[in-house]
Design a protein around this ligand. Sequence first.
Ligand code: NI
Length: 175
Amino acid sequence: MAERDLRYPIGKFKREDARPDRRLHHIEQIEAAPAELRAAVAGLTADRLDTPYRPGGWTVRQVIHHLPDSHMNAYVRMKLALTEEVPTIKPYDEARWAELRDTRTTPIEIPLGLFESLQQRWAHLLRSLTPQDFSRTYRHPEQGTVSLEEVVAIYAWHGRRHVAHIASLRERNGW
Ligand code: NI
């Protein structure tokens, strides 16, 4: 049997999933992600929070911090795309963000709360948009043009992906 790729517990993102009839589902997944993250980390001791979700991967703690960090960038990019004509957005070095010292010292309640507020705020924005708004785009210097339809689908998947990293670690370890 081929070794399971622990990086993609729910599979890779499928671009064809970014379409209008899936939009509401994606918004609901964005709203549900913080509660799913909380459930995935409930009761973990400090030692377990500091365990990599796969060999050589981020610790559970780093994954928890990564979610609001990543989704804050996405939220800002979306607002830029809504208010400017095809803005070029600023990538960020997610690996180095995850290595910053505060990731190890900030109680997880803080990123968990931040993720909750952010996803709620984002869902309110998404529900206020017109169908035409979802075809607005930004330009990513490496990935090219990205539509808001794609952003919603990507981040709905992205939240579920990282929650599944934690859930699958717990399952494998019998935690
Ligand atoms: Ni990520």
